[in-house]
Write a protein of this length. Structure first.
Length: 327
């Protein structure tokens, strides 16, 4: 039986391995980590039950022209915020929904595939919802960090040699840029439900041969149209104080500041946006003191940063998938 500290280190290593290759067999992860297959499988099951681990396919907005990525900040009357967050969480085109600003604001990202979808969300249903005071919609223009690159990439849980051993090799014939087609929809939908679904299961879901499913999954992932991600509760590992930062950088320093944010260990996501501020970041910190030190000592020292609005998450409602809040 692993000690608590040893078990936590192993859990972080397994999560990092899954961030590198979420479909990697337990046997390959076990070989690289120097433990048994059964140990990896047992820790995986425990992470699912105790840390909310889920492995899911995610459409990559940066890879599909028809897919626009938006950040919504919905200011609400406090009594209406939880219900509005839950309603947004049930939509298949939303993710990363949380209550911020002391519970008076709902933040979320949304993927819209068409102008009609955008109008439906931004001009149709939301403005007519009771308790909404204000909606600010910011288009995400350029991602500096996040998506296929997870927060644990910066954790040091795996050595460089272990990371290299767990990183999938490139395809012999790189597929180039790929777009998810109508024929791909059953495959992508199945991976969105379970990113580690077996190839026989994917064959059954799609009606395509196992070899065709395997080949197309590899092509979509290698091209960047789709990635398989892991979601879990960072608070399980002592990082229980996530926050969203709305940052204004001087236009000439926008790209430089964004690239620097991407290197910070606390930053799980960073992107350039439209709107009054031009950068958004999600930072993962242990507590309010850690957040203060990051804001004052690291972010505050960046040349070109002119203004920062920090919004700790009061509660996460949805990460990549939605499970109704209990308690």
């Amino acid at each position: 039986m692993e000690s608590h500290a040893g078990g936590e280190v192993l859990d972080l290593q397994i999560l990092h391995a899954l961030e590198l290759d979420a479909r990697a067999p337990f046997s390959r992860i076990a070989t690289v980590l120097g433990v048994s297959d059964q140990t990896v499988a047992r820790r995986f099951r425990r992470l699912r039950s105790e840390a909310g681990l889920r492995v899911v396919g995610v459409r990559c907005a940066a890879a599909e022209d028809p897919l626009d990525h938006w950040l919504l900040r919905v200011r609400c009357a406090p009594e209406g915020a939880p219900a509005i967050a839950e309603a947004l969480a049930k939509r298949p085109d939303t993710a990363w929904i949380g209550l911020t600003s002391g519970g008076t604001e709902v933040t979320c990202t949304a993927n819209v595939r068409s102008r009609d979808d955008a109008d439906d969300l931004l001009l149709g249903k939301l403005p007519r919802t009771p308790h909404i005071l204000d909606i600010r919609a910011h288009q995400l223009l350029h991602r500096f960090y996040g998506g296929p690159s997870g927060w644990l990439h910066k954790s040091g849980a795996l050595s460089p040699e272990q990371s290299a051993a767990l990183t999938p090799p490139p395809l012999p014939d790189h597929p180039g840029r790929a777009v998810i087609t109508a024929e791909d929809e059953p495959l992508v939908t199945a991976l969105e439900a379970d990113g580690r679904a077996t190839y026989p299961a994917l064959q059954k879901a799609t009606g395509r041969s196992e070899s065709a499913v395997k080949r197309r999954t590899a092509q979509l992932v290698a091209s960047g149209a789709l990635y398989v991600d892991v979601e879990f509760d960072c608070g399980h590992f002592g990082f229980g104080h996530p926050a969203m930062l709305s940052i204004t950088a001087a236009p000439r320093a926008l790209h430089t500041v964004g690239e620097e944010l991407a290197t910070h260990p606390e930053v799980a996501y960073a992107a350039a946006t439209t709107g009054a501020s031009n950068l958004v970041a999600v930072v993962i910190t242990r507590d309010s003191g850690h957040l203060y030190r990051y804001l004052s000592e690291r972010l505050g020292q960046l040349e070109g940063v002119e203004h920062v609005e920090s919004m700790p998450f009061l509660r996460r409602v949805k990460q990549l998938t939605y499970r109704p809040f209990r308690g």
